[in-house]
Design a protein around this ligand. Structure first.
Ligand code: SF4
Ligand code: SF4
Length: 413
């Protein structure tokens, strides 16, 4: 993304007015009237984790984060940061009414501390399921007047809790952009949180939806963003910079290709023909040059792993167009024809020139003067007269404008 398109969110210290605009025309916009937040300095903050149409992969990614770890956030041992009280449907020790009770307190504005809302998975259109008396995803039950039980849809919890949340965070591509559950042919009307809440949504602290995409996301991307937001809510840090789609700009500004461990192969025009080859994977289906993701530099967990680091192609899982715009997977992106053939042409020449320079950089200057390499490991070929002459000129250019005499006897001693 061009840097000039990145915008910084402006916030208000007052809770925003609730809007009734329906951006998606599918489900009603949440409306709620709440008291202003009692913010900072905080000792505790609640985090309500709601699961929509998800595989729980985002939860797995988050608990694998190391910098900071979920444990350190829960223990409140990060200096300056409030202790996080996590209400997670899978990780919670409580079950049943004891688990759901704090959700009601949050809805009624009776919690002892502010809260953030985290959504994993996309939000289905529950009206479709309701036609047949069912539901797509839910958490907790309510007792109807006739004594029967009604599961409370995740979408309803989002409507209830989003207006009063200090911040609302969508984790993973299903929650951010709809992801796999919203792919072509889906029957659920699934959508991302931003689509569900609409353009005018602001949290109680004036923030639009914060999006941390990835399928699954890099766990550190999530915990680092949460930590930055908590420091901001504490008044100890600035509001982190988000791009125009609500992504943490410092994590998603550049393409995955920019930091790819195979980008040098691309530049020199050498490409993998098969999975398992060490070269650039674009001709076997990698979309990295047009995908904003930091996994090659950050790693999947603890700075280890990550798609191209471990031999996988990029299928664009962080992008709003995923999966439909990247399908069929494992097929060469058509746009790569021009770029790879250009790289082949220029890269072949550049590669040869670099190999020549490399051969000289692999020699002590003493070996040049003595005319042989005293290695017992094998015979090292002496450079041809043409290459020696080319490199002589190269070193002249290198030293031009300085007093250095590269390769001279004095510089070697
Ligand atoms: S493997 Fe993909 S991301 Fe890496 S250099 Fe090749 S095209 Fe770029
Ligand atoms: S490199 Fe591509 S497939 Fe891998 S995590 Fe990033 S966006 Fe997803």
């Amino acid at each position: 993304m061009p840097e000039e398109t990145i915008s910084t969110v402006t916030i208000s210290s007052e809770p925003s007015a609730r809007s009734s605009t329906t951006a998606n025309n599918q489900q009603p916009q949440p409306q709620s009237e709440r008291k202003p937040l009692n913010l900072g300095p905080l000792t505790e903050i609640h985090a309500f984790w709601i699961a929509g149409m998800s595989c729980d992969g985002c939860s797995i990614a988050a608990v694998g984060a190391t910098n900071p770890s979920v444990e350190s956030l829960l223990l409140g041992i990060v200096p300056g940061m409030p202790k996080l009280i996590l209400h997670h449907p899978v990780l919670a020790v409580e079950a049943g009414d004891a688990f759901v009770h704090p959700f009601y307190l949050a809805e009624e504005g009776k919690l002892d501390a502010p809260y953030v809302l985290i959504l994993e998975g996309s939000i289905p259109d529950e009206r479709i399921a309701a036609k047949t008396g069912g539901y797509w995803s839910a958490c907790g039950v309510e007792v109807r007047e006739d004594g029967t039980h009604r599961p409370i849809p995740s979408a309803e919890w989002v409507k209830r809790l989003a207006p009063g949340a200090a911040a609302v965070i969508a984790i993973g591509t299903c929650a951010t952009w709809g992801g796999v559950p919203a792919a072509a042919g889906n029957a659920t009307g699934a959508m991302g949180l931003m689509d569900f809440l609409g353009r005018d949504y602001r949290s109680a602290f004036g923030l639009p939806v914060i999006n941390i995409p990835g399928c699954s996301p890099v766990g550190d991307n999530f915990t680092e963003t949460v930590a930055a937001i908590l420091l901001f809510l504490q008044g100890l840090g600035p509001l982190p910079e988000f791009d125009e789609l609500g992504r943490p700009a410092w994590l998603f500004r550049e393409t995955v290709h920019t930091h790819c461990v195979r980008a040098g192969f691309y530049e020199e025009g050498t490409f993998a023909e098969n999975y398992g080859d060490k070269e650039c994977l674009v001709e076997v289906g990698c979309w990295g040059p047009v995908v904003q993701c930091n996994i090659t530099s950050r790693g999947a967990i603890n700075h280890m792993g990550g798609c191209m680091n471990t031999g996988g192609i990029c299928i664009g899982c962080t992008m709003p167009g995923f999966p439909d715009r990247f399908a069929p997977f494992y097929k060469r992106p058509p746009g790569s024809l021009l770029s790879t053939n250009t790289s082949r042409l220029t890269g072949a020449l550049i590669r040869r020139l670099r190999r020549t320079t490399l051969a000289f950089q692999n020699r002590e200057t003493r070996w040049d003067r003595e005319g042989n390499v005293p290695s017992g490991w094998g015979a090292v070929q002496e450079p041809s007269k043409l290459k020696a002459a080319m490199h002589f000129l190269y070193e002249k250019m290198q030293a031009r404008g300085t007093r250095a005499k590269i390769g001279s006897k004095s510089s070697n001693n």
